[in-house]
Design a protein around this ligand. Structure first.
Ligand code: NAD
Ligand code: ZN
Ligand code: ZN
Length: 232
């Protein structure tokens, strides 16, 4: 029955929630659009259809059945995202191919960060065969324009962001495999929603300095992937 089927996600998900005995009468479950005080819209006529849970950090409430069904139909990669507010529970893992991340400090300053050294990050990924976590398992993927290089100011903020980018790399979130929007090539390694500044002393591509908003923006992008200063 459903009890056995859900054992695995039960283990992962129950860490992040508690069961609510008397849910607010008028509030809806935003997954099935039914009231929390009535059965889940995806229920099968068992008592389980009425169980309401509340997520720990954001306090949003759902039918347990609805939230577990959403998780089962998603990536199931050990993290849960609140469908209402996008708060992440657990660690989001990506599918970045294996490779090398290295960094070093260089003396040249970035426009807008005069007086500071610069952190240079090098990513090296080689072409290979896609794994089961990729869009076309067994098929080749290309890796163009590697090593790719990103720059950060070596101030306190930049050093913290470096540490968060290292966490992103370990969780395989920095790159992914798909079609490049720049070149249109399918099955290739592309940047994955955590923007890097790839130009040091210029800004021809729009991915250079000066950009006074960059450190805020990349901090936000890391947070969307579940990485904050608290993880450092
Ligand atoms: P993409 O074009 O699919 O875009 C993915 C993300 O990367 C987007 O968020 C985009 O804003 C960002 N992005 C695009 N250009 C960037 C740049 N120059 N620096 C930093 N971020 C950038 O991603 P992609 O296929 O990984 O392409 C990224 C860059 O790599 C492009 O500038 C492209 O010209 C270059 N590239 C070069 C070759 C080559 O053979 N020389 C091949 C592929 C990509
Ligand atoms: Zn529901
Ligand atoms: Zn929430």
């Amino acid at each position: 029955g459903s009890q056995t089927k859900n054992v695995k996600s039960d283990d992962v998900l129950h860490k992040y929630m508690k069961i609510i005995v008397q849910p607010p009468e008028e509030e809806d479950c935003c997954i099935c659009c039914e009231k929390l005080s009535v059965a889940s819209g995806y229920g099968e006529g068992t008592p389980e259809d009425f169980v309401i849970i509340q997520l720990d950090k954001c306090s949003h409430m759902f039918h347990r059945l609805c939230l577990f069904a959403m998780y089962e139909n998603g990536h199931k990669n050990d993290h849960l995202q609140c469908p209402t507010c996008k708060t992440i529970y657990g660690e989001k893992q990506g599918n970045c191919p294996r490779g090398i991340m290295e960094y070093n400090f260089i003396q040249e300053s970035l426009p807008g960060y005069e007086g500071y050294e610069t952190i240079q990050i090098n990513y090296t990924i080689q072409s290979g065969i896609q794994g089961p976590e990729h869009p076309h398992p067994g098929k080749r993927f290309s890796a163009r324009a590697f090593p790719r290089i990103g720059f950060l100011p070596a101030n306190e903020r930049g050093k913290k962001i470096l540490l968060m980018l290292i966490i992103a790399w370990k969780r395989r979130l920095t790159f992914t495999i798909g079609s490049s929007t720049t070149t249109g090539e399918p099955d290739t390694v592309t940047w994955n929603e955590i923007h890097h500044k790839t130009e040091l002393g210029s800004n021809f591509s729009g991915h250079g300095y000066p950009d006074p908003k960059y450190l805020d923006n990349v901090t936000m992008e890391l947070a969307i992937h579940g990485i904050t200063e608290a993880d450092i």
